[in-house]
Design a protein around this ligand. Structure first.
Ligand SMILES: Nc1nc2c(c(=O)[nH]1)N[C@H]1C(S)=C(S)[C@@H](COP(=O)(O)OP(=O)(O)OC[C@H]3O[C@@H](n4cnc5c(=O)[nH]c(N)nc54)[C@H](O)[C@@H]3O)O[C@H]1N2
Ligand SMILES: Nc1nc2c(c(=O)[nH]1)N[C@H]1C(S)=C(S)[C@@H](COP(=O)(O)OP(=O)(O)OC[C@H]3O[C@@H](n4cnc5c(=O)[nH]c(N)nc54)[C@H](O)[C@@H]3O)O[C@H]1N2
Ligand code: SF4
Ligand SMILES: [Mo]
Length: 779
């Protein structure tokens, strides 16, 4: 070591000597070079001030877990660790950096009550008393089903459980739902019909193990990035095969062995055609079908119309490519099929999800390692919100509200007579909004969901909200939905409380309190417990583990779940037996149906509810970007993430750009049958022909000004992806690309790369209810 070299040269003499001795001594004992020595020493000195806490990401359904390093409220860094069961040392940009929202000055820190059309601050006692009184009054006057609850897919399992417990036990209604109505319910329905459980068939490890992965209508590398990186690695290192079916040439499409580009809303046709191909070419797993599957012949008959010719005509996928895909699937030893919003957000999403699951059943791709159907769950806890009972027809653990035995069991556990619990299926998100508009639903309680922005046909939703007698919104920000509220209750985010989340592979993980709640905000479970007490039900929970113990004692699929078994980095995948045995891979001993057999479910293809015509001649695909999350209520609170994609835009194919005579940055007026928005164009071959694509995150009116009320009749999921539009070229062009130069998407740098773009973080003005929501006093 050269004592006078390196970092010590500029140090005063009197400090230099002892420092050098310390570093030398350190190097002698631990063998670290001087710079690491200083860093280690520095860390040791600061250690007492730095807190390290395990948490689980608050964004997508992958549920990465990591350590968060904090000093008081300052988040110093996110440190992934090898022990993390899902992600190990990986995270995506959001898990690593999108935490500015936690200390945002826009956080709600005190309850608000609307008075004379404006919000004023209120104490918790006043706000909770008011909510309790109004809900009980409305229940007594208009009946239990005049009140609807939306549970949060961001909040914990324990919080979802309490949401439905208040709805069912105290109010007496089954009208409780969560954001899976917007995304995964069609997939769940497809799985219920064919294999029985409403969750991914196996684990992320199974996806990695598969011989062939098929990704349909899912932009995996932006929306489930850590799973995408595992698929990329399996392909690179093990030669795993990849088929992608999507309208858009996204990153996984570019990496695929076969990239099929069907016409929008036609996936049921190619999936059923490939199922027929399996039977016709000896690839159907006859042994599996004979011993483990019902309705084989009936289903096979239903496949008659699905010839290669028919498929080519309807889907536009060339016959040769269909055969190539059929051969690849038929020959693969194990297949995992992943699907998401490109399938479910259509008017027949449940049927198409069923068709995809049928294809897996025909080829025997369930119940073995490396096989199965995997709807990619959206929010960090959208799986848990459904699992823990925020559904109109199920108690926690998918136990039917219409089953007398089930109701008797829950009534006993909750200490009431069975007839005090409703045996009527309740209303979902969609029906609550419709009936609010018609004046039948009088009150809603929305927890951690940006319904006013996220639900389809937002103008219609806003109208419904203004008709309600009473609206409670419990969020961490004054959201667009909160603008319509009568009472706003400040919940707090995952890092300020304890609880558990369930991820896309049914894995339950614990998260711990990183820092105390900001201001006067409170964990949602505490708010709901306090509210219940004011409504006459003193549950007395002091910790979320007590809530989990209660559920585990009642719902069979959680029988063995305890906080001890989930301590630290440990996790459990449901169903969990009483002895703690969990089930990462489902269906190894048969299917979750009455006789243990899978079902092949016959289907017909139906046209989409909204199609392009002479006037609205383009189809508007829409979806997500890696850097933003949904309404951006969380990713829009700090420049680090927001600045990577601050502008709204519409992707236009080079062919269409030529036809319209536009260049990058030209503003377009995009008009659907519902409304109009103005956005600049990005010209890219990610979209082809007459398809457009718009992200769903930016813009105050939001994309849902354009989308419509049409929905899947099986599950009431909005057909967001079936939106026909027309465009008008405006006399305005941005002097740079709408994408910042550093936004390097799929290797397509924008033509304006290098131009300085002014980036601000989301400036919003949602601090007071705007004009259109100010109404006469309602209490
Ligand atoms: N970065 C980020 N990640 C997220 C989210 C986020 O906001 N930001 N949100 C989370 C949530 S809530 C969800 S539900 C998931 C959603 O995850 P994804 O389903 O991956 O979400 P989308 O971006 O809507 O992508 C849908 C894909 O379907 C394609 N598609 C559209 N129509 C069709 C069709 O008819 N056929 C086929 N084959 N493809 C079609 C689109 O081109 C697009 O590539 O993401 C989660 N992860
Ligand atoms: N056009 C179009 N529209 C779509 C879609 C699409 O693809 N296209 N996708 C749809 C889909 S799949 C979904 S899931 C919906 C998503 O819709 P939303 O569920 O509305 O998604 P977010 O905007 O993330 O809203 C979550 C809210 O929870 C709050 N929050 C976060 N953590 C907590 C907490 O711990 N407690 C409480 N109380 N609040 C919390 C956040 O501040 C935020 O306001 O959007 C749907 N809308
Ligand atoms: S992949 Fe999903 S869970 Fe993991 S860090 Fe990114 S957003 Fe969070
Ligand atoms: Mo979602």
């Amino acid at each position: 070591m050269q004592p006078d070299a390196g970092p010590f040269t500029a140090m005063p003499q009197d400090l230099k000597r002892p420092m050098i001795h310390i570093v030398k001594a350190l190097e002698d004992t631990i063998g670290a070079p001087p710079i690491s020595g200083i860093s280690l020493m520095d860390m040791k000195w600061r250690q007492p001030e730095i807190k390290r806490t395990k948490t689980v990401c608050t964004y997508c359904g992958v549920s990465c877990s990591f350590e968060m390093f904090t000093r008081d409220r300052q988040i110093l860094k996110v440190q992934p660790v090898v022990e993390a069961p899902v992600n190990g040392i990986s995270t995506c940009i959001k898990g690593k950096f999108a935490w500015d929202f936690v200390n945002s000055e826009k956080r709600l820190t005190t309850p608000l009550i609307r008075e004379n059309g404006r919000f004023r601050e209120a104490s918790w006692d006043e706000a909770l008393d008011l909510v309790a009184r109004r809900l009980l009054d409305i229940r007594d006057m208009h009946g239990p089903d005049s009140i609807g609850f939306i549970g949060s897919s961001k909040a914990s399992n324990e919080e979802a459980y309490l949401t439905q417990k208040i709805a069912r036990l105290i109010v007496g209604t089954n009208s409780v739902d969560n954001s899976s109505r917007y995304c995964q319910n069609p997939a769940t329905k497809g799985l219920f019909r064919t294999v029985g459980h409403g969750g991914d068939a196996g684990s992320i490890e199974d996806i990695e193990k598969a011989d062939l992965v098929i990704i349909v209508g899912s932009n995996l590398s932006e929306n489930h990035p850590v799973i995408a990186s595992k698929v990329k690695a399996a392909k690179k290192h093990r030669g795993q095969k990849l088929i992608v079916a999507d309208l858009r040439k996204h990153e996984m499409a570019e990496r695929a062995d076969i990239f099929m580009r069907p016409k929008a809303s036609t996936d049921l046709v190619w999936a059923s055609t490939l199922a027929r191909y399996m039977f016709d070419h000896g690839y159907a797993d006859t042994e599996f079908l004979n011993s483990k599957v019902n309705q084989v012949e009936e289903y096979r008959k239903s496949l008659e119309p699905f010839t290669l010719e028919f498929a080519e005509e309807i889907t536009g996928i060339p016959r040769e490519q269909l055969i190539e895909a059929g051969e690849m699937i038929g020959k693969a030893k194990s297949v995992c099929l992943l699907w998401a919003m490109g399938i479910t957000q259509h008017s027949h999403g449940a049927n198409t999800s069923t068709a995809l699951s049928n294809l897996l059943v025909v080829t025997g791709n369930y119940g073995r390692p490396g096989t199965g159907g995997y709807p990619m769950r959206g929010h960090n806890n959208v799986q848990g919100a459904s699992d823990f009972g925020c559904l109109k027809n199920m108690y926690p653990g998918y136990e039917k509200v219409t089953d007398d035995k089930v109701r008797a069991k829950w009534a006993k556990a909750w200490g009431v007579a069975p007839d005090e619990l409703s045996d009527q299926v309740g209303e979902d998100n969609f029906l609550m909004v419709q009936h609010a508009k018609e004046g039948k639903v009088k009150a809603m309680y929305v927890i951690g969901e940006e319904t006013a922005f996220s639900d389809a046909d937002s103008t219609n939703v806003h109208e419904a909200f203004t008709k309600l007698d009473f609206l409670v919104v419990q969020d961490i920000f004054l959201s667009r939905t909160a603008e319509f509220a009568d009472v706003v209750l400040p919940g707090c985010p995952s890092v300020e409380k304890e609880g558990t989340f369930v991820n896309t592979e049914r894995r339950i993980q614990r998260f711990y309190e990183v820092m105390p709640p900001l201001g006067d905000s409170r964990p949602d479970w505490r708010i709901l417990t306090d509210l219940a007490a004011r409504m006459g039900h003193d549950w007395g929970y002091n910790h979320p583990s007590e809530i989990m113990d209660e559920v585990a004692g009642i719902a069979e699929i959680f029988a063995g779940v305890t906080y001890e078994r989930l301590e630290g980095w440990k996790s459990l995948s449901w169903p969990v037996k009483a002895d703690g045995t969990d089930t990462p891979l489902l269906y190894t001993d048969g299917f979750h149906t009455d006789d243990g057999k899978a079902v092949l479910f016959p289907l017909e293809w139906e046209k989409p509810a909204e199609e392009a015509d002479g006037e609205y001649d383009l189809i508007l695909d829409n979806g997500r970007m890696l850097e933003q999350f949904q309404s951006t209520n969380q990713t829009g609170r700090g420049p680090r993430i927001w600045s990577l994609s601050p502008n709204w835009f519409v992707e236009v194919s080079p062919e269409l750009a030529q036809e319209l005579g536009i260049s990058e940055g030209t503003w377009l007026e995009v008009t659907s049958r519902r409304g109009t928005v103005e956005v600049p164009a990005v010209i890219t071959d990610r979209v082809s022909g007459r398809d457009l694509f718009m992200p769903i995150h930016q813009g105050k009116p939001g994309i849902n000004k354009l989308t419509g009320e049409h929905h899947d009749p099986d599950v009431n999921t909005p057909a967001y992806k079936e939106t026909a539009v027309k465009v008008r070229v405006m006399d305005r062009t941005m002097d740079h690309s709408p994408l910042p130069p550093e936004n390097f998407r799929n290797g397509h740098r924008t033509p304006m790369a290098g131009v300085e773009v002014e980036v601000k973080w989301r400036q919003d003005d949602y601090v007071q209810p705007p004009q259109h929501t100010s109404r006469p006093e309602r209490f």
